[in-house]
Ligand binder design. Sequence first.
Ligand code: KIV
Length: 263
Amino acid sequence: MTSILEFSRARQAGRPITIVTAYDVLQARLVAESSVDAILVGDSVAMVVHGYPSTVHATLAMMCLHTAAVRRGAGDKFIVADLPFLSFRRGREVAAEAAGALIQAGANAVKLEGVAGHEDVIVHLVGSGIPVMGHLGLTPQSVHQLGGHRVQGRTPDAAARLQAEARRLEELGAFSFVLECVPAALAAQITHGATIPTIGIGAGPDTDGQVLVITDLLGLDGEFHPRFARRYLDGHAAVLAALNDYAADVRGARFPAREEVPA
Ligand code: KIV
């Protein structure tokens, strides 16, 4: 995909939208060569790449650096970049500067979490020509307020709140929104009632698309296996085996071989 128009065309045609995160140029090149539709430079970079315990540690400088690296590998693939913690909660001007920096770094759109309290920011960004993707349900930047990474929208009140937030995002001009960790039946209901594409993660099969964190998809983390993230590769075992083969070859005088020595 190269534009937001293709997101709505995909929804209309019933063609599922596929998104994966990427954080560096090599990952971006791999995704660009694949049939995955779009890339998310998620603020999960703070955890996945930088080893922080939550996404609240992502900064605008971090997001711009990774977005620029991803753009250098992504060709014309559509890139959504996360507005980091509090960058869109300090008023319209600060939010517009942050979003502008991400777009100038190479993003096609920005994603921001929640709705209440920054409706004016969403309207201002969309009105300024910056496509906005919303993010509802489990919003990891509010992890302390939510009491942990837990499923959202379980009670009738919480479900009604989520439905209202989804409607509000559409009214404000978002072109799509992520639904993270919500019951599958609720995600299906919200998707059915929506007019813009919904992208699920831990939200069941009935959203308009899915997003996965690339290191989860590739199974690179030996310890973190969220139930909703299918591993398409045991990358952890494959990479460990390669590293151990290399060490054994050096110790056994099998690397470098004659043909691997520069003339
Ligand atoms: O930061 C991220 O990777 C995300 C996805 C989990 C949707 O926001």
